[in-house]
Ligand binder design. Structure first.
Ligand SMILES: Nc1ncnc2c1ncn2[C@@H]1O[C@H](COP(=O)(O)OP(=O)(O)OP(=O)(O)O)[C@@H](O)[C@H]1O
Length: 792
């Protein structure tokens, strides 16, 4: 916490002496509560590294130097692929850059070559932030021999850590979590900025996760750029992604602070030319799939991935294929039956998943029937076919998934089965609704995030004390403008327990984190997110009451906790155990949390084993937030958050619907029209629809026009309203001892599990679970809310 009351650190000692002189205990408590240490300043980040090449006088990137070509040869390549040279020269000139290139087009070289050249000039390191820890080892082994690299993980040996610190590696791979949690906060595994060699630049792989408008926004990614700049002093950032619409690319560029148009280095065609695409709307999908795999186009292909949305379906379809493709000859050799098709999903054990993946990688397994869990970072260049048994959730996902075929540039085939009734559409809409929250929930979270502080009263008292005329004119002026330019409160550190919040609000951890991120992204920076921490401290004194009194004298945080309890009227003399929110105590005192925690832990060891046990528990969201927001401002914050959630929902519905319509427009009624020959013109038509989608700038108008959705809703709520209401009433009376919100009921009728209403429990009652999946979710909420009110 910043200063609330200007009392210097030395004053604390004086006040402590006062305590020892046994002054009136009430006075002591007040003193303790007002003790503030000077504000803690984080060590400044190291200065950014000088770029290898200066810009020309007119601010342009220089011509490519001979050193760069020679480095290219050192890494085993003869020439650049499109886009690589521009991106590499920008990074070597210290300019942040975003590279949007299809899968397999060679994005990795854009960080490998500059990392190599920077490390040749001086001892330095390049950070590569990659989302999947499980893939890092594969990534390491695939690097050119000349690049010394390491990856950060929790079980790194001392020797490996030392190698990183002493600059023996030039590339360091790490997950976003390892970065955001490390480098100064003390909780991650990345050495702090002071221990690391200078960072040449940082590369963010899968950079679309940075954009809140992306199909795959990950809250942790948002904090990356901030941490890289503020803690590690990195100025030059390289973003890599294969799937970003122009809008998303521009948004990522904003996060990377790329100001010039040239910063978005390359945008290749959304779909590589060697992929041949087709779509069909067969009613008998199983039969159609078997016909496709027996036909001329797919029958001779060796490596095929079939994507399904649901895990159970992957198992069923794999079994179907094993049966139906029995005795079917494939291209080169007749494979033993068990290698024909296997399923893969995140619910399988690690060893089972590895077995399937390895068999597929070495060409012994022909078909993997998988959920999207399969294929991320798959380094198999000769996958020849991708079949979507269900529709993907967006164009981005589609492009990413088909991009796993034909990475060697040879022709590959992709087919999508589209449910003509829109069944997949309803299934996918459930996932979107699962993430949304209502205004009431938003408000409850906001109240937890911005509890009122006393800064305003203290400030007013100070002004009265020093007879400062209140700056009424300034206040009035501030009232007129949108938000106050300066706040009396300089924010406080707070923690809200993760599990308790999830249960109280019935939102997932990721959902809460996303809302907190939106608050951080707001121009007012309402919160500053810190790495999650254990916020509850329990101190137990085995030697009884007197021991607690004794440690009060040597541990100011304990003294503060007791003082506050005494002031609240509690009889603390009887205590031999204390439990408190350590974040709140540290904030009240203006002390750094790690210092307070360390001090408390040391109580266990004062003079050998002390008979004091100190335990920390309750993993919590940890952040700084204001405490002086007025009621009206709190309402505005809620409105802002709720609108953001609704916009996000509309964007995703837009993407989903746009996807469905586009696929439908190029679909054959039956797969038989494309089992043997490809219809080139329809394949090109779909590619151009995809390009149009990726190139179109939506200028914040992500919203779906209402009629777009209604058009797709075959089932009109009005025709079914009485039946739905009756079912809601029956559900409520069957569970009359439980409390439900309209949203909770709508989720159950859509088959969406949530922390308080899990699928494992509520999914068992098939009378209600998933019953009205085809109806509009928001209308179901409305009906359910009305019935709940009537039911009361
Ligand atoms: N300039 C080049 N000349 C020849 N081959 C190259 C060149 N650049 C990259 N490659 C090769 O292209 C293949 C794909 O490269 P890379 O893995 O970097 O693609 P990517 O765009 O990162 O793909 P993904 O999106 O799947 O991660 C690799 O085998 C790599 O060696």
């Amino acid at each position: 916490m910043r200063l609330c009351v200007p009392v210097a650190a030395s004053t604390f000692k004086e006040e402590q002496n006062d305590q020892e002189k046994e002054v009136d205990s009430k006075r002591k408590d007040e003193v303790l509560l007002n003790v503030i240490r000077p504000d803690y300043e984080r060590p400044p980040p190291p200065p950014p590294m000088e770029p290898l090449y200066e810009l020309t006088e007119d601010g342009k990137v220089q011509e490519t130097h001979e050193d760069v070509y020679s480095a290219l040869r050192d890494l085993g390549y003869q020439s650049f692929r499109p886009g690589q040279e521009e991106a590499i020269m920008r990074i070597l000139s210290g300019l942040s850059t975003l590279v949007v290139l299809s899968t397999g087009m060679g994005k990795s070289l854009c960080y490998q070559l500059p990392a190599y050249l920077y490390a040749q000039r001086s001892k330095c390191i390049t950070l590569v932030i990659s989302p999947l820890v499980s893939l890092m080892d594969d990534q390491l082994s695939g690097l050119p021999a000349k690049l010394k690299a390491a990856c950060i993980h929790s079980n790194m040996t001392m020797k490996q850590r030392e190698a990183v610190k002493s600059g023996q590696v030039c590339l360091l791979l790490l997950s976003p979590e390892a970065l955001v949690g490390g480098g100064g906060s003390g909780s991650g595994c990345l050495p702090s900025a002071q221990e690391l060699p200078p960072v040449a630049f940082a590369c963010i792989d899968e950079a679309h996760c940075v954009s809140e408008w992306s199909h795959n926004f990950r809250p942790c990614y948002l904090r990356l750029c901030k941490v890289l700049r503020e803690r590690l002093g990195v100025r030059c950032l390289l973003g890599l992604t294969a799937t970003a619409t122009l809008s998303t690319a521009l948004d990522i560029a904003k996060h990377l602070e790329i100001s010039d148009q040239a910063g978005i280095a390359v945008r290749s065609a959304a779909v590589p030319p060697n992929l041949n695409l087709s779509v069909s709307t067969d009613r008998e999908k199983d039969q159609a799939l078997v016909s496709l795999l027996k036909g001329d186009r797919f029958g001779c292909l060796d490596s095929i991935i079939v994507y399904c949305t649901r895990r159970e379906e992957t198992v069923r379809v794999a079994a179907l294929l094993r049966t139906c493709l029995q005795g079917n000859w494939v291209s080169k050799i007749r494979k033993p039956l068990k290698w024909q098709a296997e399923s893969y999903h995140a619910g399988l054990s690690g060893s089972e998943r590895r077995r399937v993946q390895n068999n597929f990688m070495c060409g012994e397994l022909r078909i993997v029937v998988a959920t999207v869990a399969f294929g991320m970072g798959l380094d198999k260049s000769d996958v020849r076919g991708i079949i979507h048994y269900n529709m993907p959730k967006s164009f981005e996902s589609y492009v990413q998934e088909i991009g796993r075929a034909g990475r060697d540039g040879e022709p590959a085939h992709c087919h999508l089965f589209l449910d003509p009734e829109g069944g997949d559409l309803h299934e996918l809409r459930r996932h979107i609704y699962a993430d949304t929250v209502d205004y009431y929930t938003v408000k409850r979270l906001v109240q937890k995030v911005f509890p009122a502080c006393k800064c305003k009263q203290i400030h007013q008292k100070q002004q009265e004390l020093f007879k400062v005329t209140p700056p009424s004119s300034r206040d009035q002026e501030e009232e007129r403008c949108d938000w106050p330019r300066e706040r009396v409160c300089h924010t406080h550190e707070r923690a809200i327990p993760i599990q308790e919040t999830i249960e109280a609000l019935d939102i997932t951890e990721e959902g809460v984190e996303t809302l907190l991120c939106y608050l951080e992204l707001h121009p007012q920076r309402f919160v500053e997110l810190l790495h999650p921490t254990l916020s509850v401290c329990k101190v137990s004194c085995y030697d009884g009451l007197r021991q607690l009194q004794k440690i009060t004298k040597i541990c100011p945080p304990i003294a503060v906790v007791l003082a506050r309890r005494r002031m609240a009227g509690e009889r603390v003399e009887q205590c031999d155990q204390l439990e408190f929110d350590v974040v709140e105590v540290a904030d009240t005192m203006g002390w750094q949390l790690p210092l307070v925690k360390r001090g408390l832990r040391q109580l266990q060891w004062t003079g050998g084993r002390s008979g004091v046990l100190v335990e920390f528990s309750s993993p919590s969201f940890y952040f700084r937030s204001y405490g002086d927001l007025s009621d009206e401002e709190i309402d505005r914050v809620c409105q802002f958050l709720h609108k953001r959630v609704q916009d996000q929902e509309r964007t995703q519905l837009y993407q989903l619907t746009a996807c469905f319509k586009a696929f439908k427009s190029v679909a054959f009624c039956s797969v038989l029209s494309c089992v043997d020959d490809l219809d080139e013109s329809r394949s090109l038509q779909l590619k151009s629809l995809l390009s149009e989608y990726f190139d179109k700038r939506r200028d914040g108008d992500h919203a779906l026009k209402p009629f777009d959705l209604e058009e797709l809703d075959k089932y009109k709520l009005l025709d079914w309203e009485d039946q739905i209401r009756a079912d809601i009433r029956s559900f409520l009376s069957n569970r009359s001892d439980e409390k439900f919100s309209g949203r909770a009921v709508a989720r159950i009728f859509h088959g969406i599990g949530s922390p308080c209403y899990p699928a494992q429990t509520y999914g068992k009652d098939r009378r209600y679970w998933r019953k009205y999946i085809q109806f509009d979710f928001n209308q179901l909420i409305r009906l359910a809310t009305q019935e709940i009110i009537r039911f009361k």
